[in-house]
Ligand binder design. Sequence first.
Ligand SMILES: [Zn+2]
Length: 72
Amino acid sequence: MSIMNSRVEYAAALEKAHKEFPLRQAYQNSPDSCVHDYGFVVFCDGGDWDIVRCQKCGSERICPCTFDDDYD
Ligand SMILES: [Zn+2]
């Protein structure tokens, strides 16, 4: 199971991410009217998926892991 196909895993990962990288009180944009910039990785499950956060509105989503540790 991974955060991509398990809601439970995703919820646990998100909780961990929010402990490590708390959301700000306020963001400059509302998620509805934001041109998202998901540049901030708040969680990496060590596999294929990351949770990334938009630093402008605080919304989060899962994206394919861009850190490739197969080729060190
Ligand atoms: Zn955004």
